[in-house]
Design a protein around this ligand. Structure first.
Ligand code: CP
Length: 292
């Protein structure tokens, strides 16, 4: 039984297979490969993109999806996470897709070895399907050639599970990763670190902007979001005519993470990421439910 807790659960050849399958699902209407499969989604945190993307991906491949809303489940009566999961598994789903605030939850459930567990975002530790769809978007943009490309991850890196999974995957495939953030947003890392966005603008092929999560930090770093935006917002003035791909996992805080104008700019691929997320999640479901 194979799980997806983080991208290190996949071998290099499996990642190559995912990129191949995602591309093929994007170019031709997929067959109903998972018509006899049933998935359960269990999201303990809010989601717009990931949950609906998984549901669309599953349904495009013919699978059925049942969603359990934890806020209206017996978790509210004190049932533990493990018991909730065990009861769902007793209904014999072909996989459970989970988002949870704790870093260790997906691994804990995977270790029960009852059904494939797919991590849809856990704490600030991992968001592997986002990392894989971001890789797919970069591979597509650079026509397959991402090794040696340089990406700057900008913003609240220490709070970001997208950054955690992205850094592990991108360094593994040979990309150069630079971190750009104020000190309090910077994780412990051996990667090159910058406080000023201007210092990396001539070094990078890709910028991944992250949502400023000022509310997660105890110390007040900035007077307000405008103060943060002055230093870290991706604007047309900062970009000039540079050939840089701009990514963001969403939700984007307009004019704080990325300006309105840049969101309309063809260099910004935020909605392409969302579109590609469906194809990558189709590839992941095929791999875990059919091939593995
Ligand atoms: N990128 C992402 O995880 O978005 P959601 O929180 O809306 O799922």
């Amino acid at each position: 039984m194979q799980h997806l807790v983080d991208t290190n659960n996949f071998s290099d050849s499996q990642i190559a297979q995912l990129l191949h399958d995602a591309k093929s699902f994007k170019t031709q209407r997929p067959p109903q490969l998972l018509h006899d499969k049933l998935l359960i989604t269990l999201f303990f945190e809010a989601s717009t993109r990931t949950r609906s993307s998984f549901e669309v991906a599953a349904k495009r491949l013919g699978a059925s999806v049942v969603h359990l809303d934890p806020s209206r489940s017996s978790a509210k009566k004190g049932e533990s996470l493990e018991d909730t999961f065990a009861n769902l598994c007793a209904m014999e789903p072909d996989g459970v897709i989970i988002r949870h605030e704790k870093n260790e939850t997906p691994q804990l459930l995977a270790d029960m070895q009852t059904t494939p567990v797919i991590n849809a975002g856990a704490g600030n530790y991992a968001h592997p399907t986002q990392a894989l769809l971001d890789l797919f978007t970069m591979v597509e943009h650079f026509d397959g050639d991402v090794k040696g490309k340089t990406i700057a991850i900008v913003g609240d890196i220490v709070s970001s599970r997208v950054a955690s999974s992205g850094i592990r995957l991108m360094t593994r495939i040979g990309m150069n990763v630079l971190l750009v953030a104020p000190e309090q947003f910077m994780p412990e890392s051996d990667l090159p670190q910058y406080k000023n966005l201007e210092d990396v603008m001539d070094k990078v092929d890709v910028i991944m902007s992250l949502r400023a999560q000022l509310e997660r930090h105890e110390t007040e770093l900035f007077e307000d979001y405008d103060d943060y935006a002055k230093q870290y917002c991706i604007t047309s003035e900062r970009m000039r005519d540079r050939d840089i791909l701009v990514l963001h996992p969403g939700p984007v805080m307009r004019n704080i993470d990325i300006s309105d104008e840049m969101l309309e700019d063809p260099r910004c691929k935020v909605l392409t990421q969302v579109k590609n997320g469906v194809f990558m999640r189709m590839a992941i479901l095929k791999l875990l439910l059919l091939d593995a």
